[in-house]
Ligand binder design. Structure first.
Ligand SMILES: NC(=O)c1ccc[n+]([C@@H]2O[C@H](COP(=O)([O-])OP(=O)(O)OC[C@H]3O[C@@H](n4cnc5c(N)ncnc54)[C@H](O)[C@@H]3O)[C@@H](O)[C@H]2O)c1
Length: 425
């Protein structure tokens, strides 16, 4: 008799879900695997799914390996894309990789919960539901588990729930970062933990990377929030020294390099244009949200995390001030080229992009704005996309260093002899 296909469903085909689906599909540790990608239907996702069905990875990335693998997998027909939540009933494991936004937090909670209910209302008996979404600590235990237990009772079935946050790093090693990373997880009970561990073992490079179990899902959720808050604070910290070094005319980059020689200090951050992306701009506030939602304790405060978010948000203003200072004349009608619009190297993701933030501030000074970014296909009001860099610009701002910009010498363009360059990448 032919062995039945194992079905793994991924809810949310966004930056985390899509690459996860590929990482699972390429694992050699499954036999007869089928991947079901379930999205929420709207104009944006119809476009994403249409592209995916043609074998085009829908999130712009410089990871050639991911793009190649995705095309092959779609052709092999072991991938299915759907908006039909009833299909969750086919799955043995369901990964939840949907968003939990910071804006309108009550609405986010509601929409995340709705997503979870769509899963458990359709899940078949004994399936594992694995939350990869970054959530306020306490979510699995206090919010999801009671709902899950009610459904179990009503349908007279057993379900399993675990949390294993995602550490994927979009960029040129996007797919590899999914597999080559230490994983952390927990579950709401013993069996949920075991099932989660067995699954993670199949999709992680366990020869080099560890899989750590924490005591409960709140610990695993907290782990992710501390990790990202730490990074946000680390970035914010250097901002005050940047201002100090500027006044003293010191080269902060050289100073940081000297500090990094000590192993204990080698992850100190360098100053940059700002902090963008989806995670570091929201996760540091999840501790506070959790205290309010679950602990009902408004006395626990997170001064470092909150200050880090404030400082990081304002960081782009420092670069603007530098531009204004260096370019003593007014920026009115000056031609400014922004090189790199995405929030970081080698992605097309524009969420909270510091380049966009800078542009919004520049607009008030009335320059003529242009941008160059081969990974960004979006159109913007009042800023023209250029396909090549060959015209004259008064200012060129290098905001992000995609791979293709690395050996870029702007000076080779004759028309740029009088251009002022800013490298914030
Ligand atoms: N982007 C990253 O680099 C990264 C890294 C680590 C962790 N995370 C975390 O992973 C989670 C997902 O992040 P992302 O960047 O992939 O977000 P995203 O917005 O790119 O993707 C989420 C997707 O889920 C879909 N969705 C929402 N509700 C749904 C529903 N009910 N059913 C089906 N699909 C639904 C959305 O349409 C969207 O396409 C977040 O919690 C984020 O903080 C992100």
């Amino acid at each position: 008799m032919k062995k039945k296909n194992k079905v793994i469903a991924v809810q949310g085909f966004g930056y985390v879900g899509a690459v996860n689906a590929v990482n699972i599909a390429i694992s050699k540790k499954f036999n007869n695997l089928k991947i079901l990608c379930v999205e929420k239907k709207n104009l944006r996702t119809i476009n994403i799914i249409n592209q995916a069905k043609k074998g085009i990875f829908p999130h712009h990335s410089n990871d050639k390996n991911l793009i190649k693998n995705f095309k092959k997998l779609v052709q092999s027909r072991n991938f299915e894309f759907t908006f039909d939540k009833k299909k969750f009933k086919l799955a043995d494991i369901i990964l939840i990789t949907i968003n939990y936004d910071l804006k309108k937090i009550k609405k986010s909670k509601f929409s995340f919960l709705n997503g979870f209910k769509e899963v458990i209302n359709n899940a078949k008996k004994n399936s594992l539901i694995l939350i990869e979404t970054t959530v306020p600590p306490g979510t699995c235990e206090n919010l999801l588990k009671p709902i899950l237990r009610r459904i179990e009772k009503k349908k007279k079935i057993r379900l399993f729930l675990s949390h294993a946050f995602e550490r994927v790093t979009p960029g040129k090693n996007y797919l590899k970062s999914c597999r080559d990373t230490h994983r952390v997880y927990s579950g709401i009970d013993y069996k949920s933990k075991i099932l989660c561990r067995n699954f993670l073992k199949k999709i992680t490079n366990t020869k080099k990377y560890t899989i750590t179990e924490l005591e409960n899902t709140t610990a695993s959720e907290t782990c992710k929030i501390i990790e990202n808050s730490y990074r946000a604070v680390n970035i914010a910290f250097i901002d005050e020294w940047m201002k100090f070094c500027k006044e003293f005319n010191l080269n902060l980059f050289e100073i940081i390099d000297a500090i990094k020689k000590r192993n204990t200090h080698n992850n100190i951050m360098s100053p940059g244009l700002g902090v963008g992306g989806y995670c570091l701009t929201k996760d540091p506030i999840f501790g506070k949200i959790s205290s309010n939602f679950f602990l009902k304790n408004k006395n626990i405060s997170f001064p470092f995390s909150e200050l880090a978010l404030k400082v990081n948000k304002k960081m782009t203003g420092n670069s603007l001030n530098l531009i204004k200072e260096k370019f003593k004349k007014s920026l009115n009608n000056k031609k400014i080229l922004i090189v790199g619009m995405a929030y970081k190297n080698d992605v097309g993701d524009l969420r909270n992009s510091p380049s966009l933030n800078l542009i919004n501030q520049l607009k008030k000074l009335n320059p003529k704005l242009f941008f160059y970014d081969p990974l960004v296909s979006d159109q913007f009001k009042d800023i023209r996309k250029v396909e090549k860099i060959n015209g004259f610009y008064d200012i060129v701002l290098l905001c992000v260093k995609h791979q293709s910009f690395k050996n870029f010498s702007f000076l080779k363009f004759n028309k740029m002899k009088k251009t002022i360059f800013f490298d914030s990448a």
